[in-house]
Design a protein around this ligand. Structure first.
Ligand SMILES: [Zn+2]
Length: 201
């Protein structure tokens, strides 16, 4: 499913005008265990920027690639396995594990709001998400299209090479963007599940 315009960041930068994207990168005085990464934020996978900010709060390492062209933002999509923006690469060698936040299209069948769990820690992460997100009644599952198991997937490129990713459907992202209270409950639950999945020594 990779029909990206560019195969790497150098190519993207060479061809896109200044200001077509911006980067948020918070490492200083932040956790060197956990990083939250949104490689397709802003106008690409809408809502993933806001959700990543909510999960990271002020204490986890945070990286967001924000697409903000007036249109045709899709050209700014570099798939997880190829994503090699230099500030992100620098963050990856400084954190033990990564939770990457992505946005997927809604499924054709109900419920439209779904959480698809990936990364090579997906099985454990799914178990913990089912505990912590239970009260929100969201459908949490592993989707064979979004396993995120390749070693070069951005979420598996922290020091431990063990990572997690979430693909959140459009309807769910839209609701999280509108409902601040839900966003807080959701991000708390995800954070807790992530920490249970990859506990600090
Ligand atoms: Zn994505």
């Amino acid at each position: 499913m990779n029909n990206d315009t560019y195969t790497c960041f150098t190519e993207l930068k060479k061809n896109e005008t200044e200001g077509s994207f911006n980067i948020t990168c918070e490492i200083e005085n932040r956790s060197n265990v956990y990083a939250i990464i949104a490689p397709h934020g802003g106008k690409l996978e809408t809502g993933t920027t806001e959700i990543s900010l909510a999960i990271s709060r002020e204490d986890l390492s945070l990286y967001i690639f924000n697409a903000n062209k007036p249109n045709h933002n899709r050209t700014l999509h570099i798939t997880s396995a190829n994503f090699d923006e230099p500030q992100c690469e620098k963050m990856l060698v400084n954190v033990e594990t990564v939770l990457a936040i992505h946005g997927a299209r809604d499924p054709k069948v109900e419920p439209k709001e779904r959480v698809w769990v990936g990364g090579n820690l997906r099985e454990t992460f799914e178990i913990h998400l089912n505990e912590t997100l239970k009260t929100l009644g969201l459908l949490i599952e592993i989707n064979s299209n979004f396993l995120g198991k390749e070693p070069n997937n951005i979420c598996n490129r922290g020091i431990s090479q063990q990572g997690m990713q979430l693909e959140l459907t459009k309807s769910l992202r839209d609701r999280l963007k509108m409902d601040k209270e839900l966003l807080e409950q959701f991000s708390d639950a995800v954070r807790t599940a992530m920490m249970l999945t990859y506990p600090t020594a």
